[in-house]
Design a protein around this ligand. Structure first.
Ligand SMILES: Cc1ncc(COP(=O)(O)O)c(C=O)c1O
Length: 304
């Protein structure tokens, strides 16, 4: 149904990583702008094929970011009814895209004790779906189909594009992307090392952290079921200043205008390879999205 929207994203060599043979997979080249397109297309197609959802089912998800945009776009293309639980921290652009694509939104205005809206958004979804059988909760935080989606799409694709890769670095938040990609890589070659990259201030690996994070997309205030299911070999936590410096390098030295989480992944990959004395190895990074969606709240703020 959505064959025209299934693209192979580019894998680009990074000349500025002089100590390693380094590549970056540009998931922002998906047609609706992020890795989440893969997930929305794969999972909704599968659910319709299985008969789990039908044309009248309402699909609900909690997201103020790429998942909301991807579901709104893909759902509209499939003629599905989409409701996205957003919060008041959402960027104007993401809200514009989600509503323009035709999804309904419900906005949360009360943050929790961590200043995050995630728990409130998830509770809102639980209340919304309670006792209803005409609603399906997409649930990127706990749906195993989400992991399958990344395994069968971007994961398999990366194995084909770089069969002899040795280290792969992936941002972690709800955990689906790294869980799926690592499954594909390990099936291809169990020796490939997959490293999760998180941002300082995230509670995934440090539930007691007091650091405040500003970059969006990466990290989380809760550790999800899909993070528990994800199998990776190691992890590295990067601060925001290093992430911003890496974004600046990608922009100025590689002419790549990428989203905030990619800065964190690039900084993480560089530091990890240096700290572990792994010069000369072949590495890949996954970039979730492009910089366009972050111009107003990141690039124009920190890069002027
Ligand atoms: C820009 C960006 N980077 C990284 C991630 C992390 O992916 P996941 O939630 O699958 O762990 C996301 C997820 O929303 C994202 O939007």
């Amino acid at each position: 149904m959505l064959e025209d929207f299934k693209v192979v994203t580019p894998l680009v060599k990074l000349a500025s990583f002089t100590d390693n043979d380094a590549y970056i997979k540009l998931e922002g080249s998906n047609l609706f702008g992020s890795a989440k397109d893969r997930c929305a297309i794969y999972v909704l197609t599968k659910l319709l094929e299985q008969g789990t959802i039908g044309p009248d089912t309402e699909i609900v998800e909690s997201s103020s970011g790429n998942m909301g945009v991807a579901l709104a776009a893909v759902g509209a293309r499939m003629g599905l009814k989409i409701t996205i639980m957003i919060d008041e921290s959402i960027s104007k652009l993401n809200e514009f895209l989600i509503t323009s694509f035709g999804a309904r939104t419900v906005k949360i205005t009360q943050a929790d004790e961590n200043g995050s809206y995630l728990k409130a958004r998830l509770q809102m979804v639980r209340d919304y779906i309670a006792g209803r059988d005409d609603v399906y909760w997409f649930n990127q935080y706990g749906n195993p189909l989400v992991i399958e989606a990344y395994r069968e799409t971007v994961g398999r694709e990366l194995c084909r594009q770089l069969p002899d890769v040795e280290y792969v670095f992936v941002a972690i938040s709800s955990g689906g992307t790294i869980a799926g990609i690592s499954q594909a890589l390990k099936e291809h070659n169990a020796a490939i090392q997959v490293v999760a990259v998180d941002l300082e201030g995230s509670k995934i690996f440090d539930p007691c952290t007091k650091a405040v994070k500003h970059l969006t997309g990466i990290g989380s205030s809760v550790r999800s079921e899909n993070v528990e299911r994800a199998v990776f070999d190691d992890r590295i936590v990067i601060d925001e200043a290093s992430s911003l410096q890496a974004l600046r390098d990608l922009l100025g030295r590689e002419q790549l205008f990428l989203g905030g989480s990619t800065g964190c992944v690039a900084a993480g990959a560089r530091k990890y390879m240096k700290d572990h004395g792994l010069a000369g190895r072949k590495i890949a990074m996954v970039s979730h999205d492009r910089g366009d969606r972050y111009y107003n709240n990141l690039y124009s703020k920190y890069f002027s």
